[in-house]
Ligand binder design. Structure first.
Ligand code: CTP
Length: 416
């Protein structure tokens, strides 16, 4: 899918693959980087060829694979010079030790020494080696020099033991690489973000909910983290993996719990983004025991708190972004929500449009602000998240220019 917001578009990545059991995952990593628009050149160490063949990586990358220092005498200078970022995945204790101590005895370690840009490493080894204080010292040395580390994870290791040392998931490595290229326009901004549905219980086993998967909200969380924000994610039930790098994560079930979790943390918050789809109604009474099947069931419902509206009424409200998932191109309803809920922005999407509904990885959104409307084509939720943050960043700049007094007046005018 073509999109100018692809963070890795036209980036040249030099990937080092070293001799670890996770080397086979490098093929997937190369493909995923290419999907994100990057061009990838691979350097393999001699040991890595015990795990994977150069041909696999040549096919995946569409580029020649390099290995020996003397195969092409100037490659240790030319390859790093042409790269925007170097990544090593998997990164063994050996390459980390060499890099940390300035040793350059093969093509990869020589390229690392001559490279001037950001380096991402994805360590992978047995937990005993990972725990070794000498190795840890090497790792600290590299991170102190700005090397970005992703993983390792805990789990079953290649030797069959349990422990820390598994290479980070490919999606997490991609996330770290994207973060290296992202602008940091949300640096130190505190953002409360909601995602997913809520559940409103009738009894201990039955509840009212909706089809929200949380995918859009989680994509926004990842984008906020990449762009330097401190993110508090308040999530309804979702099967998605918690994004790495969150400041905190709260798992809630009901709309009331979502509201309470948010209000406890609102004081220091710059931005609130409500991508969640809280249920609008909750049974008046939650039965303590399972309701027995005995003919007809009628239930009385009460309204849940409208969290967005409540925050919109606060005196010094944060920048407030809501969503309007509508059935049909009902921009009129979304615009009404902008005014009624006193939000700074509403992200409209038509959940009945192809590729824009629930549980898919794409979305077609319109970003609505007071005097601005931006309709975007169908794109991945990751790219839609970038577009939403671009609009929030613009609002943030405008508000900073207008100053606190002008901001209060503007809010007051809006409320009348
Ligand atoms: N929202 C909220 N609290 C609720 C319901 C919704 O804060 N109890 C937020 C959502 O997170 C979203 C925005 O309000 O950002 C709009 O939600 P939506 O369901 O589209 O609108 P509603 O106000 O619930 O109105 P309706 O269901 O009639 O469309």
């Amino acid at each position: 899918m073509k999109n100018k917001r692809k963070v890795l578009k036209n980036k040249n990545i030099l990937l080092g693959v070293t001799g670890g059991a996770a080397a086979y995952k490098a093929v997937d990593l190369v493909r995923r980087m290419k999907d994100e628009g990057a061009s990838v050149v691979v350097i393999m160490t001699a040991a890595s060829k015990n795990f994977i063949t150069p041909l696999s990586l040549e096919i995946a990358s569409g580029n020649r694979v390099y290995s020996g220092v003397f195969d092409d005498p100037m490659s240790h200078i030319n390859l790093p010079r042409n790269a925007d970022l170097m990544a090593i995945a998997p990164a063994t204790a050996n390459i980390i030790g060499k890099f940390a101590n300035g040793i350059a005895d093969d093509l990869l370690s020589t390229c690392l020494l001559s490279f001037k840009g950001k380096v991402v490493i994805a360590p992978s080894m047995n937990w005993r080696m990972y725990d070794n204080p000498i190795f840890q010292e090497n790792l600290r040395r590299l991170t102190a020099h700005g090397v970005m580390q992703t993983g390792p994870d805990r789990g079953t290791l290649a030797c069959g033991e349990e422990g820390i040392g598994r290479m980070a998931d490919v999606s997490e490595i991609i996330e770290t690489i994207k973060s290296a290229f992202s602008k940091k326009d949300f640096f130190k901004k505190r953002i409360i973000l909601t995602a997913g549905p809520t559940r409103e219980y009738l009894d201990p086993v039955r509840f009212l909910s909706n089809r929200s998967s949380g995918k859009m909200g989680y994509a926004i969380a990842r984008a906020c983290i990449r762009r330097g924000a401190e993110v508090i994610l308040v999530s309804g039930p979702s099967c998605l993996k918690q994004p790495q790098g969150l400041k905190s994560f709260f798992r809630v079930e009901t709309a009331q719990e979502m509201r309470d979790a948010m209000f406890k943390r609102l004081a220091e918050t710059d931005i609130v983004i409500m991508a969640a789809a809280p249920a609008d109604f909750s049974p008046e009474k939650k039965e303590k025991a399972k309701i027995e099947k005995s003919g007809k069931l009628s239930v009385n419902f009460k309204n849940t708190p409208d969290i967005l509206s409540e925050i919109g009424q606060l005196k010094n409200k944060p920048i407030l972004v809501g969503f309007a998932a509508e059935t049909g191109r009902r921009l009129d309803r979304a615009k009404k929500k902008l005014i009624q809920k006193n939000a700074d922005m509403i992200v409209f999407n038509n959940v009945t449009a192809v590729g824009s509904g629930f549980d898919v990885d794409t979305n077609e959104i319109t970003i609505i602000r007071k005097n601005k409307e931006l309709s975007l084509p169908l794109m991945t939720k990751d790219n839609a998240a970038e577009a939403i943050l671009d609009a929030v960043s613009d609002t943030m700049k405008k508000q900073a220019k207008s100053g606190p007094i002008q901001r209060l007046r503007a809010n007051h005018r809006r409320r009348r």
